[in-house]
Design a protein around this ligand. Structure first.
Ligand SMILES: CC(C)(COP(=O)(O)OP(=O)(O)OC[C@H]1O[C@@H](n2cnc3c(N)ncnc32)[C@H](O)[C@@H]1OP(=O)(O)O)[C@@H](O)C(=O)NCCC(=O)NCCS
Length: 321
């Protein structure tokens, strides 16, 4: 039987059961499908076709979901394709289906003007082999450090209040992020809209974001995901040592008798004395990869290109899709 390609909407309309089953087997299913629909309704920047599915008769065998993001490259900000999920039904693996769909996504994205396709995966994920064959290169390794919080030691400087964020904080969060990343390449121009969308899509809920305020002015923010034995603050954007200390005091307090993980988005730099207790930020098993879609980018080392002229590559937790 021939394999044909259909879009998300066709698959949703004609093969709902098969769609849920495919997502379930790859990503835990029903919630993901519901989350995709909620995010789409709230304006998440999915590609117009949202995703492509390989259909064989009544069966959906494989899928790729696609969004579009803004990335600053050495020639300025541009829109790039972001591959969100790649999945093949276990009984249809190794038939070349994921590769087939990705090549078709590349063709569609190239004709829509995108010069790069980006995705995140694990360095030991079997899919990495496929991505390398298609021409993807590593462009970013998230880093993290962690320490056990026996007892909180950081004192919040006088005059600071740390509280949960609310929707009205969004412009201040975007402003802090923009200033912290001024001059960087990569995900340096995050729009205020993207915070709202991330909140709405549940990717990083507002209740996981804390702000440090002084005299009613927001001076920094931190993400915090709580787990039974560890907490993770993967994005801490606070330009001054005092604002960072206020946030770290809160993070330690909430991580009492747990491990506290600090991620790549720590804005004191590697030599920040606050980090000394935790040790150096070490690369994780995750990796962001990029595939050149435009012929002019094909022979480039994209890792080096995205750090041209010594400009850093900005990529924090909320950018890892
Ligand atoms: C990864 C995944 C999408 C691959 O789908 P697929 O349709 O089987 O992929 P393809 O047939 O197009 O594979 C192309 C190449 O990928 C590599 N590859 C894929 N699966 C592999 C496996 N189980 N073992 C080793 N290599 C594998 C091979 O290089 C393969 O080429 P080959 O068959 O000529 O050797 C599928 O295994 C899957 O759904 N996994 C679970 C979800 C997931 O991890 N997705 C990726 C998230 S980043």
């Amino acid at each position: 039987m021939a394999v044909e390609i259909v879009t998300f909407d066709d698959a949703y309309r004609e093969h709902r059961g098969a769609l849920v089953s495919l997502h379930y087997h790859a990503w835990g299913g029903l919630d993901d499908l519901a989350a995709i629909r909620t995010a789409r309704r709230s304006g998440f920047p999915f590609a117009p076709y949202l995703g492509l599915y390989a259909r064989e008769g009544e069966a959906l065998l494989s899928a790729v979901i696609v969004s579009r993001y803004r990335l600053t490259t050495p020639v300025g900000p541009e829109t790039v394709a972001g591959i969100e999920m790649v999945m093949t039904r276990p009984d249809a693996m190794r038939r070349g289906l994921a590769g087939y769909l990705l090549r078709e996504v590349h063709r569609l994205e190239r004709s829509a003007g995108q010069r790069l396709s980006l995705l995140c995966t694990g360095r030991s994920n079997l899919a990495r082999e496929l991505y390398l064959k298609l021409g993807y290169q590593d462009i970013f390794y998230p880093r993290a450090t962690l320490g056990y919080v026996d007892r909180p030691v950081t004192k919040s400087p006088r005059g600071y209040r740390v509280r949960r964020s609310r929707a009205s904080d969004v412009p201040a969060l975007a402003r802090l992020h923009r200033r912290a990343n001024a001059g960087s390449l990569g995900f340096s121009q995050r729009s205020p809209r993207s915070y709202r969308l991330r909140f709405l899509s549940g990717n990083v809920a507002a209740r996981h974001l804390f702000v440090a305020e002084r005299q009613g002015r927001i001076e920094g923010y931190a993400t915090l995901e709580a787990h039974p034995t560890w907490n993770r603050a993967a994005e801490v954007i606070a330009p001054t040592p005092d604002a960072r200390a206020a946030l770290l005091a809160m993070l330690e307090h909430r991580s009492h008798a747990r491990w506290l993980v600090l991620g790549s988005g720590w804005f004191g730099g590697d030599d920040d004395p606050e980090l000394a207790r935790f040790g150096p930020l070490a690369p994780s098993y995750g990796v962001m990869m990029a595939c050149p879609l435009a012929p002019a980018l094909r022979r480039r080392d994209l890792y080096e290109w995205l750090r041209s002229d010594g400009r850093p590559f900005a990529c924090q937790l909320l950018d890892l899709f």
